[in-house]
Design a protein around this ligand. Structure first.
Ligand SMILES: Nc1ncnc2c1ncn2[C@@H]1O[C@H](COP(=O)(O)OP(=O)(O)OP(=O)(O)O)[C@@H](O)[C@H]1O
Length: 360
């Protein structure tokens, strides 16, 4: 891997509180890496360490093979985009874009060229003479991205850049950021708590909890083969269904047994040997359960509630005393109380050890 950013044994303490401990992460040249986790997991702290806005307690940070651990933010070859835009309110858009370059004493010709290129890429040409107060949230964030763009940096750092925007604008700008990455091919490190942003934008996602990376993988691996119960429950909306039970041997095969119901594990893609006797949790996503599939008798469940969402219909069912959700086509409707037959696609299900919570 051609490394762009390398983090070695990084620890960061705020007083007596350890937020990051012995963290290691290599980010490839041109990669779009998303740091994903809930509030307080340390993702912004990690980004701020890379940016040089926080002093690390221990460890090193390399950008393009250069040890930048104690370099000033401006000397690291990074451009940062914040949730709050951080534009100069008294300056026009054009001045916001050019100001940093003027301070760095760049020739005017070169500044003009870079501002023109950034405004073309981000389609903010018509806004150049306006001030930030005269822009919408989405336009302000475009200008903030432009300000990183004109600096021609190696690495872009984004800290929840879309969180202040309404849902529609967020979806639009998300696509623009993806297009920007496809066009520029810079390394991008992007902090979010929004799993849709993570899944749609990332080459790889690092899912964090309590300052520790739980899994670092491409989005589809994270979605289909979560390493542990935390990752499985964090990714996916509605959440993965979880069933507590045991592995038991029936007629020479190991099956999953829960609430008196046996589930065949045929097709299950195991990471380790499945031994009978183990207490486990079975995780199955709502779209990996077929309802009344042709030729299947499966498990009988009762419809509790249906939530039609247009394209999809989400059924809440009762099976073996447990509640579960199943996603089916929006055109298929079931009245509460109906009996349905379920078949689980075990090839994309996950079994976790009940104690260690690690995928089996
Ligand atoms: N200056 C500080 N002094 C003390 N503790 C801090 C400081 N800044 C952050 N923390 C703590 O460090 C932990 C990680 O914070 P951080 O901002 O990195 O989390 P986050 O995952 O980015 O969350 P959010 O999405 O809410 O910003 C939190 O528990 C937070 O309370």
């Amino acid at each position: 891997m051609n490394t762009s950013v390398s983090i070695r044994d990084l620890s960061l303490n705020f007083g007596a509180v350890t937020v990051l401990k012995d963290l290691n992460l290599d980010i490839a040249d041109g990669e779009f890496l998303v740091l994903l986790g809930s509030s307080g997991c340390g993702k912004s702290t990690l980004l701020n360490c890379i940016a040089g806005l926080l002093d690390v307690s221990e460890g090193q940070i390399f950008i393009k093979d250069k040890n930048v651990t104690w370099e000033e933010p401006k000397d690291r070859g990074i451009g940062m985009v914040f949730q709050s835009y951080a534009l100069y309110p008294q300056m026009t858009v054009e001045k916001n874009l050019s100001f940093g370059l003027q301070v760095a004493k760049m020739p005017k010709e070169e500044i003009d060229k870079r501002v023109a290129r950034a405004s073309e890429i981000l389609q903010i040409g018509p806004l150049l003479k306006r001030k930030p107060a005269e822009l919408s949230g989405g336009q302000r964030q475009r200008v903030a991205i432009g300000r990183a763009l004109v600096r021609d940096v190696d690495v872009f750092l984004f800290d929840e850049p879309l969180s202040n925007l309404d849902a529609k604008l967020r979806a639009e700008l998300r696509v623009e950021i993806k297009r920007l990455h496809q066009q520029l091919k810079n390394t991008m490190i992007y902090v979010t708590h929004d799993q849709i942003e993570a899944l749609t934008l990332a080459d790889r996602i690092a899912i964090m909890k309590s300052g520790v990376i739980q899994q670092l993988d491409d989005p589809m691996t994270i979605y289909n083969r979560p390493k542990n119960l935390f990752v499985a429950g964090f990714i996916g909306s509605p959440s993965m269904n979880f069933f507590k039970g045991q592995l038991v041997e029936k007629n020479g095969a190991v099956v999953f047994s829960s609430g008196g119901v046996d589930f065949s594990l045929s097709g299950y893609d195991a990471d380790t040997k499945l031994d009978a006797g183990r207490e486990v949790v079975l995780g199955v996503r709502p779209e990996h359960i077929a309802v009344d599939a042709a030729g299947e008798t499966g498990h009988t469940a009762t419809v509790d509630i249906e939530e039609p969402m247009g394209a999809d219909n989400l059924l809440w069912l009762k099976l073996a005393g447990q509640s579960l959700s199943v996603r089916i086509a929006g055109t298929r409707r079931y009245a509460p109380g109906s009996k349905v037959h379920l078949s689980f696609d075990m090839s994309v299900a996950s079994l976790f050890d009940a104690k260690t919570e690690v995928r089996l």
